[in-house]
Design a protein around this ligand. Structure first.
Ligand code: ADP
Length: 201
């Protein structure tokens, strides 16, 4: 019996560690980790037309328009490495993007395997963000912009979890602990969804 393809989303507030855990889990499963934030930052660094269009929006901590974001994701998921599965970090991020994404998956005859919710108390995530701001100097990690991104998360992103919860595909993972410990929790939740032990190395 072949294991089902791993088509995963990772969702969590800023500072939850979703980028780090997303990359680790994707690696364990042998699927590409696709982060919309990373794609936008690469476009900005490369001064591409997309980068120029989104730079001011990202520096303010606002959301890039759905139409543009969904087009970027569709294009990326159409590359061959994503045919057998993927882990998306940072998309969908609001209800509009959930419907764009549903339409895309329906067209391809695909279904999501799991939506991994990384749960971290507010104090802990703010502490991590402050540390990251000192270490990485991301232009959207200033105090005002962080507050804006967290507000948008609560207002627009948290509700998408309710939609996926109704579909019975959300795995809520405690995001506090060691890096390895958290990855192990995600992996065992995915095993419970039928992803094989071989696929989950
Ligand atoms: P964080 O989760 O810490 O905010 P990300 O790297 O996921 O970091 O995103 C950085 C920024 O990129 C967001 O604040 C937003 O401006 C933009 N962005 C990323 N993903 C999306 C998306 N799905 N829709 C709209 N904007 C997005």
């Amino acid at each position: 019996m072949t294991a089902p393809a791993a088509r995963l989303l990772i969702v969590g507030p800023q500072g939850s560690g979703k980028g780090t855990q997303g990359a680790r889990v994707a690696e364990a499963l042998g699927v590409p980790a696709i982060s919309t934030g990373d794609m936008f930052r690469a476009a900005i660094a490369g001064k591409t037309p997309l980068g120029l269009e989104v730079q001011a929006i990202i520096e303010a901590g606002d959301l890039v328009p759905d139409e543009l974001t969904s087009a970027v994701v569709r294009e990326r998921l159409s590359e061959t490495d994503a045919a057998a599965g993927f882990l998306l970090d940072g998309y969908p991020r609001n209800l509009g993007q959930v419907s764009d994404f549903d339409a895309f998956l329906t067209d391809r005859g695909e279904k999501l395997t799991s939506v991994i919710e990384l749960s971290v108390p507010r104090d802990e995530s703010i502490e991590r963000l402050t540390l990251r701001a000192q270490q990485q100097g991301r232009t959207d990690d200033t105090e005002d912009v962080i507050a804006n991104r967290l507000r948008i998360y609560e207002r627009e992103t948290a509700p998408i979890l309710d939609v996926y919860r109704e579909r019975g595909i959300v795995d809520t993972i405690d995001g506090v602990g060691t890096l390895d410990g958290i990855t192990a929790r995600v992996v065992s939740a995915l095993q419970a969804r039928g992803l094989s032990a071989e696929a989950v190395r």
